[in-house]
Design a protein around this ligand. Structure first.
Ligand SMILES: Cc1cc2nc3c(=O)[nH]c(=O)nc-3n(C[C@H](O)[C@H](O)[C@H](O)COP(=O)(O)OP(=O)(O)OC[C@H]3O[C@@H](n4cnc5c(N)ncnc54)[C@H](O)[C@@H]3O)c2cc1C
Length: 466
């Protein structure tokens, strides 16, 4: 093995999960290599390895906070590149399963922009760091181990992607698999004599179609973003996100295996079938600037690596490969960012030495997934076709969750609890805060037909105390 092939850490996959893991590792190590199957673009361009980049991506409060912690000033860089801050729920027309959420100020905000732009800004920061290198057009094909019964991972096997080049080895003190939904870690572990991880799957069978628009000339509104959520009775969803260059990225979702729209005409017609006409009304006057693109896999799928008794040291799986979520809830990037922060914290506690950190870290990564899973997978159990193994406790939790959604139309305490969980700044326990329970006991109230305006907000100030 040549000196060039020896690394302090090797990260597999240059998606957001892999890049943020590399940022965490580089805070403690001098030579971090990111192995990526694709050729990486210089700018904010779509590429094959991240097909979902064509669809609307919301970066939640916990996500941009974690990213800014790993790469200080990143939030400022994202904003300078054109991402938009959307105050939650002040700047959003949000139709939940219970009705319109009132619009009031909170410190929470999500950031919206094209996924290709987010990746480019992060990639540029990493490229400027002499401790981090990218190895492009190279595919990871297995793990290299040492010790009795392959107890320690000591590197990876790679080969040039799309070439007939032979397999070679890269040696590393720590290996992170961030290859996303197509991760082959279960297969690699099986080859080492480990059990594959148990999986939980909840599949609401969501298919997306996305198109970018120029807003109508002279467009003015007191909102920045529209989200019309689905219900089991109306299993269709639509989101309009403001993105760079003043454009709108609009994603429509069909559920239960139904076909999403495929061209501009169908797209507009589908928007007209959503639970409110507000999105259709603005799109009718807007100009599409891209074709309509469809999506691939969207099921909630967890691999419970934390439950495996046998685990090789110096190896970790994070990002979609450990827990992929229904994108309707917009949490995958934030889970990956929080997992990378957990990696940074573990290395800090170990004085930068990665020996022995992997086993306990699996539990921390699982905790990062828990909050998002409680909303995405539990919420999806309401759809009768979602495959599930829900027990009675989960079903009761689901009923209560939907009650909280119902009262969030008039109770700011309930709305705030839902947003805190969705923005991942609080655990799912937030929905049991005393004022939320009190609102649930008082029950739902009729929700207005029309979306709320900002001027309707002051009347809500004391809603929870009456
Ligand atoms: C339609 C859709 C919409 C979404 N919207 C949102 C949203 O609004 N908000 C949000 O937070 N999340 C959203 N997500 C989820 C989000 O895209 C992911 O959670 C996020 O990209 C983190 O993924 P990752 O880095 O783990 O994997 P990926 O982004 O999938 O990256 C994996 C990388 O690994 C590379 N790779 C794969 N195999 C190999 C190999 N063997 N060797 C080398 N490289 C390899 C791939 O080329 C790719 O670059 C959405 C997902 C979908 C499908």
């Amino acid at each position: 093995m040549t000196g060039r092939d020896r690394w302090d850490a090797v990260v597999l996959g240059a998606g957001l999960g892999g890049m943020l893991a590399a940022a965490a590792l580089a805070r403690h190590m001098d030579r971090v290599l990111i192995v990526e199957r694709d050729r990486l673009p210089a700018g904010a361009e779509w590429r094959r390895g991240v097909p979902q980049a064509r669809h609307a991506h919301n970066l939640m409060t916990a996500g941009h906070t974690a990213m800014d912690r790993l790469l200080p000033g990143l939030r400022r860089d994202l904003e300078a590149a054109g991402m938009v801050k959307v105050g939650m729920p002040r700047d959003m027309l949000l139709l939940t399963a219970g009705g319109w959420m009132p619009r009031f100020p909170t410190p929470l905000f999500m950031m919206t922009g094209s996924r290709a732009l987010i990746d480019q800004v992060v990639r540029d920061r990493l490229r400027a760091d002499p401790r981090i290198r990218f190895l492009e057009q190279t595919e990871a094909v297995g793990l290299v181990t040492e010790g009795p019964d392959a107890t320690v991972v000591r590197g990876v096997r790679v080969r040039g992607s799309g070439t007939r080049d032979g397999v070679r080895e890269l040696s590393a003190d720590f290996v992170v698999d961030a290859t996303g939904r197509t991760s082959r870690a279960p297969e690699w572990l099986r080859a080492l004599g480990c059990q594959p991880p148990p999986e939980s799957v909840v599949d609401a069978k969501v298919a997306y179609a996305t198109c970018v628009f120029d807003p109508p000339p002279g467009h003015e509104a007191d909102w920045k973003c529209i989200l019309l959520q689905s219900t089991p009775q109306a299993p269709r969803q639509g989101i309009l996100n403001p993105i760079e260059e003043g454009r709108w990225m609009v994603s429509l979702a069909a559920m239960g295996g139904r076909r999403p729209p495929r061209d501009h005409e169908e797209f507009l017609r589908f928007a007209g079938t959503l639970r409110s006409h507000v999105l259709h009304d603005v799109l009718r006057r807007a100009r599409p600037v891209t074709p309509v693109h469809g999506s691939g896999r969207t099921e909630n799928r967890r691999r419970h690596y934390e439950r495996l008794r046998r685990w090789p040291d110096r190896f970790l799986v994070l990002g979609d490969g450990a827990g992929a979520l229904n994108p309707s809830y917009g949490q995958g990037m934030s889970v990956a960012a929080c997992s990378a922060v957990a990696l940074d914290e573990a290395l800090t506690a170990a004085g930068g030495d990665p020996a022995g950190i992997a086993r306990p870290l699996r539990k921390k990564i699982a905790k990062c997934i828990d909050t998002a899973w409680a909303i995405a997978a539990t919420g999806d159990l309401a759809y009768p076709w979602a495959v599930s193994e829900a027990d009675l406790t989960t079903r009761l939790a689901l009923r209560y969750l939907y009650r909280v959604v119902d009262v969030s139309t008039w109770s700011p305490a309930a709305a705030r609890a839902l947003l805190d969980v969705n923005q991942m700044v609080a655990s799912a326990k937030a929905v049991f805060r005393p004022r939320v329970v009190a609102a649930v006991l008082r029950g739902p109230r009729p929700s207005p037909e029309q979306p709320p305006t900002l001027s309707a907000t002051p009347s809500l100030a004391h809603a929870d105390s009456h």
